[in-house]
Design a protein around this ligand. Structure first.
Ligand code: NDP
Length: 282
């Protein structure tokens, strides 16, 4: 077979970009799959986003991730949106399909895939802390995966109620808002508890959610979106109370697995990707 020196390109547009280790995990997966693809981590300022997307089109990029602050702004530069990206109103993965750049959102899909390794969210009663971008994506995908009841616990009322409205109007889940003003007690009928706030993210690793840990039952699954550190204070407390846990690294890695599937059609090895991240000793 004739050798080609033209490597298929993928990558990421974000600001800041330097501390994002996604390139390491994706290129480890490409190597393990034996494909000559590249993933280029690019720092793109908001005023340059349109040019960056035009450049990706011009150079025939197979797709790219979008992170802060481009997840909403990128939509006007694309040719269409996948189903959940349309509902969430944000895109973190762009895929070249034919000549069209289509926006998908894998934030919540990655979370659900990681969770499903432990249990299905179908018909479950879920408490989710947070109502920002991550919580929105996670809650919409949980609802689309058949979650029965979703309680959004958020400090700010506006974002909390907006997410609940979205879930009640655009999905089949029964959603309600709880104003997080005092220590929250987890209702005993809860099956899955999720931290989708930024509480616990490095360097504030000792910050904890204002919840009554005594109300965590060993029957519950506890998941955290924070990937650095992977074992958060919440997950430690949950483990010590006998709960099964899902960490934020699983969410991040499964987003990568889904993105690679969209771009290449291939199934990446999640263990290889996890090891590549762990080797960084972040
Ligand atoms: P946003 O800024 O959009 O939302 C932050 C959320 O955290 C809001 O609901 C905010 O509440 C809440 N919050 C922050 N500080 C506090 C506090 N002290 N007390 C109570 N609530 C608080 O961020 P994102 O949703 O984009 O990201 C959230 C986290 O998810 C990030 O830390 C990120 O690391 C993680 N993430 C992980 C991914 C992964 O792959 N593992 C992927 C994407 C995100 P309020 O509305 O009241 O301000």
């Amino acid at each position: 077979m004739q050798r080609t020196f033209l490597q298929p390109l993928t990558g990421s547009f974000a600001q800041p970009a330097a501390e994002n280790p996604t390139v390491i995990m994706i290129e480890a997966a490409y190597r393990q799959l034996g494909i000559d693809w590249r993933y280029i981590n690019c720092e793109v300022q908001p005023e340059n986003l349109a040019d960056a997307v035009r450049g990706a089109r011009a150079m025939g990029w197979r797709g790219f991730n979008c992170s802060i602050p481009h997840k909403v702004a990128v939509i006007e530069h694309l040719d269409g949106l996948g189903e959940s990206a349309k509902i969430i109103g944000a895109v973190n993965t762009v895929v070249l399909r034919g000549d069209a750049l289509i926006g998908e959102n894998t934030d919540g899909k990655g979370f659900v895939k990681a969770l499903e390794a432990i249990a299905s969210p179908a018909n479950q009663s879920i408490v989710i802390f947070g109502a920002g971008g991550a919580a929105r994506a996670v809650a919409v995908e949980l609802a689309m995966a058949g979650a029965a009841k979703i309680t959004v616990v958020n400090r700010g009322r506006e974002r909390g109620e907006a997410l609940v409205d979205l879930l009640n109007h655009r999905t089949k889940a029964d959603a309600s808002y709880y104003a997080w003003e005092t220590t929250y007690s987890i209702p005993p009928e809860t099956d899955i508890v999720i931290n989708a706030t930024s509480i616990g993210l490095y360097p504030d690793v000792d910050k904890t959610l204002d919840i009554d840990l005594e109300t965590l039952d060993s029957r519950m699954i506890v998941a955290d979106g924070i990937h650095n550190p992977p074992l958060t204070q919440l997950l430690r407390a949950a483990q010590s109370r006998g709960c099964r846990i899902a960490d934020g690294l699983g969410m991040l890695i499964n987003q990568g697995v889904i993105g690679i599937k969209y771009w290449t059609g291939l199934d990446a090895d999640a263990d290889v990707m996890r090891q590549a991240l762990l080797d960084l000793k972040l």
